[in-house]
Write a protein that binds this ligand. Structure first.
Ligand code: GUN
Length: 288
């Protein structure tokens, strides 16, 4: 049987429409939600992500601006800007696009962001709150995946969930959210022995590997819910230049129960949840 496709693009659009009323209600009280995105360097992929984040805000009536620094900027310049934004009443969310150039201490930069403006959920205090099961800001990509489970009526309780990837941005927070939802969670990485043994047991499989078409049909359990977090640009072959995920969609389609496409799956949900977190930050500040 062919898998049901979880349409992230449609869900993202539905949620973004629903956000407009919240934005206008806040604006009417003098708290128009505002997000600043800081980009250091000229990584083309990061430039696209940052543009999409800013435009996503503007499209629903939020305030947003990007601040761009050259790749060799002194870290202190960025820290000073973050301190200024922390004190700015009109800014509710601050995001520093990752990765940062090598001379940066990433942890120090993330810790400089005020906890109540950390809409990425990467500050140690917010990570700790998530680990304790009382999240304040949930990192946007795994948050988007949870919304997709909700939309697809996927009951996570007691399910075997396998996450491939252990990054701070996706793998680790994804695992925490699945644990909090009552799943039995295994986190695999590039050194995992016999990856297929794990993936074939998974009722829920989340791929956040960064390798195109890494998960193939023979690696998944019949009926599994397969979530593809990867966004890779194919380098060669007939599809060169096209986007593809970490999952070989064609070979998994017949075996999976539900599956997310790339593009149009998790990608649009990530920015949507960034908007959600920023609106949430503004609502908290406005005292609801
Ligand atoms: N780089 C890739 N994904 C993300 C993200 O969700 N937030 C930030 N700040 N940087 C990223």
């Amino acid at each position: 049987m062919t898998a049901q496709i979880i349409d992230g693009k449609a869900l993202a659009e539905e949620l973004r429409q629903s956000f407009k009323a919240r934005v206008e209600a806040l604006a009417a009280k003098g708290h128009r939600p505002g997000l600043v995105v800081i980009l250091v360097g000229e990584d083309p992929a990061s430039e696209v992500y940052v543009r999409n984040k800013v435009n996503g805000c503007l499209a629903i009536g939020m305030h947003s601006e990007k601040i761009v620094y050259s790749k060799d900027v002194d870290q202190q310049v960025v820290l000073d800007k973050i301190a200024e934004l922390n004190a700015d009443e009109n800014i509710h969310g601050i995001l520093v696009q990752l990765p940062l150039p090598r001379h940066f201490d990433e942890e120090k930069v993330l810790e400089a962001i005020a906890v109540d403006k950390d809409v990425d959920g990467f500050h140690a205090e917010n990570v700790g709150a998530l680990a304790q099961g009382n999240p304040r800001f949930i990192p946007c990509t795994p948050y988007g995946v949870m919304k997709m489970f909700e939309k697809g009526n996927v009951d996570l309780t007691g399910q075997e969930a396998v996450v491939i990837g252990r990054s701070n941005i996706v793998g680790k927070p994804m695992a925490l959210l699945l644990i909090n939802a009552g799943a039995t969670v295994t986190v695999c990485n590039s050194r995992t022995r016999d990856l297929k043994f794990h993936t074939r047991r998974a009722d829920i499989l989340v791929a956040a590997v960064g390798k195109p078409k890494f998960v193939t049909g023979d690696m998944i359990k019949p009926g599994a819910v397969v979530i593809d977090v990867g966004i890779n640009r194919l380098q060669d072959g007939p599809d060169a230049g096209k986007l593809c995920g970490d999952v070989d969609f064609a070979s998994c389609l017949e075996t999976a129960g539900q599956i997310t496409p790339v593009p149009g799956g998790v990608g649009p949900m990530t920015i949507t949840m960034l908007l959600a977190n920023t609106i949430e930050a503004a609502e908290r500040k406005a005292g609801r």
